[in-house]
Design a protein around this ligand. Structure first.
Ligand code: G3H
Ligand code: ZN
Length: 286
């Protein structure tokens, strides 16, 4: 069934675990995430990013409506989340397109601008009954240095700043920069567990890990034990899908039916989903 994201994250946090949130780009991604979650009997979040919407010819509704319908038919609880939204126009479509939650991404802005934009987004989201996640990383730019991307490996969230940011913006969850980085194709990220501990103590909202594809299983489990309640995974699905498709196309150069290789791609993604959900589940101390 289709459920709310906020409830899934709250349930995960209450049992000191984490819910996996997978980025979906095609209907095959949607079907694979649901199949992978059903295989292990766990709830899951489907998330569509602003970049994925751009890929879908700027239209959020076709994929979102398909995902919502697939969620309704699923054998496990599935929530729909709108990820990494920078555009106010897209934000305003979240509720009508069927999302129960949104991640508003203004972490590239200087602190005060990030706070003001996030507070406005949170006020709007809450008025619509939407759960909202925001992000705070270290934004440089001091002394003429180039601003540091929130998810560059070196970016870090300050616990003191985060406490004020959450209190003043009113967001429901915070994405923190603790050593992961987006779009890594090797699982070599090393997380700053000491900082995660300080963030966990400083904040009373669920914490979200982005760029989790580059984080090894052991580090992911440790992050969950350290207080991460939502784990965002995108690139790992694309690595699985593309690898499987490449294999089929190499083995069967005569194949023309797209279902031949998409089936393999979808199967590989579903296995990745089951495996990663298992890692998160395994981190929970009974
Ligand atoms: O918001 C989405 C994620 O942070 C996914 O990052 O593609 O590096 O796993 P990833
Ligand atoms: Zn992200």
């Amino acid at each position: 069934p289709l459920v709310g994201s906020g409830g899934l994250v709250a349930d995960a946090a209450a049992r000191s675990g984490a819910v996996a949130a997978f980025n979906v780009i095609t209907l095959e991604h949607v079907e694979a995430v649901i199949a992978g979650a059903e295989a292990v009997g766990s709830p899951v979040i489907l998330q569509i990013s602003e970049n994925a919407v751009k890929y879908r010819r700027g239209q959020v509704e076709p994929l979102a409506r398909a995902a919502a319908e697939a969620a309704r038919l699923a054998g496990v609880d599935v929530a729909l989340h709108l990820d990494h939204v920078k555009s106010d126009a897209l934000l305003r479509q979240a509720g009508s397109a069927g999302f129960s939650s949104v991640m508003y991404d203004a972490a590239h802005l200087p602190y005060e601008e990030n706070l003001a934009a996030t507070r406005a987004a949170a006020d709007w989201a809450h008025a619509q009954g939407l759960w909202i996640e925001a992000e705070l990383g270290e934004v440089g730019g001091k002394d003429g240095a180039a601003p540091l991307d929130a998810h560059a490996p070196g970016a870090r969230t300050s616990p003191e700043e985060a406490r004020t940011f959450v209190a003043e913006s009113g967001v429901d969850a915070l994405a923190v920069a603790v050593g992961s980085s987006h779009a890594m194709t090797s699982r070599t990220a090393v997380l700053d567990h000491e900082l995660l501990g300080r963030l966990r103590s400083a904040l009373d909202v669920p914490l979200v890990l982005h760029g989790s594809s580059g984080v090894p299983d052991g580090e992911l489990a440790a992050a969950v034990r350290g207080g991460i309640a939502k784990v965002n995974i995108g690139t790992a699905l694309n690595i699985a899908m593309t690898g499987a498709i490449r294999q089929v196309l190499a083995d069967r150069p005569e194949a023309v039916d797209s279902r031949k290789y998409l089936t393999a791609g979808r199967q590989a993604m579903a296995e990745t989903v089951s495996s990663l959900i298992g890692v998160l589940g395994g981190a929970v101390v009974p």
